[in-house]
Design a protein around this ligand. Structure first.
Ligand SMILES: Nc1ncnc2c1ncn2[C@@H]1O[C@H](COP(=O)(O)OP(=O)(O)O)[C@@H](O)[C@H]1O
Ligand SMILES: [Mg+2]
Length: 314
C-alpha cells in the first residue's frame, strides 16, 4: 500500500467512525464522472455541425447513478469511487452530498483528473458515449482502505468494470453482506466473482458475455438465468433484447416486458434497476416484489435525457 493510500484508508476509517458509526443500507462501488448529455436531432457526419436541442450536465457514472437512485428510494448509501484533484471532482462530490450520499470514502487521486462522459443522444434514443476514465479505477489497496465502510452496509453493489471488483465483493461476502454484481465478469474471475454474489444483473450485451447465449428470447434468458443460479447467486436479472427484463431465483422467475412509453434515453435505466432491486431486497421484500420495483424504476428512467435517476420513495 502506498503512503497516499494508507493515508486515505486512515482518513476514511476515522472520518467514517466520527461521522457515521451506524449501519448503512448500501455501499456502491463504482464509477463517478462528470456527465455531459447532449440531445441532437441527428448526429452530424465528419466536418459537419449539429445544433444541441437540450443539454444537461450531471453527476454521473454508473456508481454515482446507482447511489443517487438508492438515496432517492430512501436508503442510506455510501459511494466508493475515484475523483481527480480538480474543481470538477469537488463539484461532483458537493452534488453527491446534496443527494444524501455518504462520500467519506471517495478516493481523491492526487494530480489525477475526474472522469468524463459525453453522452450524445439522437431523437429516438440512439446514444453514443465518449468516455475518459483514464486513471480513475480503484486499486485493491483503496478498496481495502474502505473495508470499514464496506462491512458497515447490509448490501454492497459492485460494478464489474472495476479491476478491484473481486476485492470489494470478497470483503463484503466474507463479512456476510449481500453482494450485488452489475455487469459481466471477466472470464478469468468469473467463478470467483459468481461465488461471492447474491445477485447478478446484466444488460443484454453483458448477459450474452455472462451466459454465452444471445438474449433474443425470454426462453433463452430463463435457461441462461437458471445456469447462472447454479453457479452461486440467489437472484439473476437479465435484459432480453428490446423486450424486457427477466428476473430469476431458485424457485421462480418473472419476465417484465418494457412498457410502450416513449424512450428518450435508456442511459441509467440499468443503474436504476439494480438500485431499486437492491433497496427492495435489503428491506426484506420478496424476489418478485423486488423485481417489480426494479423494472418500474428502470421504466421511469428511460423517459428523460441522461442517466440521472428521478425516483420517488413510493
Ligand atoms: N423501453 C424501455 N422501457 C423500460 N425499460 C427499458 C426500456 N428500454 C430499456 N430499458 C431498461 O434499460 C435497461 C438498460 O440497462 P443498461 O444498458 O445496463 O443501462 P445503463 O448501464 O445505462 O444503466 C434495461 O435493462 C431495461 O431495464
Ligand atoms: Mg448497465
Amino acid at each position: 500500500m502506498t503512503a497516499t493510500a494508507r493515508r486515505q484508508a486512515r482518513i476514511c476509517r476515522e472520518r467514517y467512525l466520527a461521522g457515521f458509526g451506524g449501519e448503512l443500507d448500501i455501499v456502491v462501488v463504482g464509477q463517478i464522472a462528470r456527465d455531459i448529455v447532449l440531445l441532437v436531432d441527428e448526429l452530424p457526419g465528419a466536418r459537419a455541425a449539429a445544433d444541441v436541442r437540450e443539454r444537461r450536465e450531471l453527476l454521473g457514472g454508473k456508481g454515482a447513478n446507482q447511489a443517487v437512485a438508492c438515496a432517492q428510494l430512501g436508503a442510506s448509501v455510501a459511494l466508493l469511487g475515484v475523483v481527480g484533484d480538480d474543481e470538477v471532482g469537488t463539484a461532483l462530490l458537493a452534488q453527491a452530498r446534496a443527494d444524501h450520499i455518504d462520500v467519506v470514502c471517495v478516493v481523491h487521486r492526487p494530480e489525477g483528473r475526474t472522469a468524463l462522459i459525453v453522452n450524445v443522444v439522437e431523437r429516438g434514443g440512439a446514444w453514443r458515449y465518449l468516455e475518459d476514465f483514464a486513471g480513475t479505477e480503484l486499486t485493491e489497496a483503496e478498496v481495502e482502505g474502505a473495508r470499514g465502510t464496506l462491512v458497515a452496509a447490509s448490501s454492497v453493489i459492485v460494478q464489474l468494470q472495476q479491476p478491484a471488483a473481486l476485492a470489494a465483493a470478497t470483503i463484503a461476502r466474507d463479512a456476510g453482506r449481500r453482494v450485488v454484481l452489475d455487469g459481466a465478469p471477466p472470464a478469468d474471475q468469473r467463478a470467483d466473482l459468481l461465488a461471492t454474489a447474491d445477485v447478478v444483473r446484466a444488460d443484454a450485451k453483458e448477459a450474452a458475455l455472462l451466459t454465452g447465449s444471445r438474449m433474443d428470447s425470454v426462453d433463452t434468458a430463463v435457461r441462461a438465468a437458471r445456469s447462472v443460479l447454479a453457479e452461486g447467486p440467489s437472484m439473476v436479472a437479465l435484459a432480453v433484447e428490446a423486450e424486457g427484463d427477466l428476473f430469476a431465483w431458485p424457485d421462480g422467475h418473472v419476465f417484465i416486458p418494457y412498457t410502450a412509453d416513449p424512450t428518450v434515453d435508456t442511459t441509467g435505466a440499468g443503474d436504476s434497476l439494480i438500485a431499486a432491486l437492491t433497496v427492495a431486497l435489503t428491506r426484506g421484500e420478496s424476489p418478485e416484489a423486488a423485481a417489480r420495483a426494479a423494472a418500474a424504476a428502470a421504466g421511469s428512467t428511460v423517459g428523460h435525457l441522461g442517466g440521472r435517476p428521478a425516483l420517488g420513495r413510493a
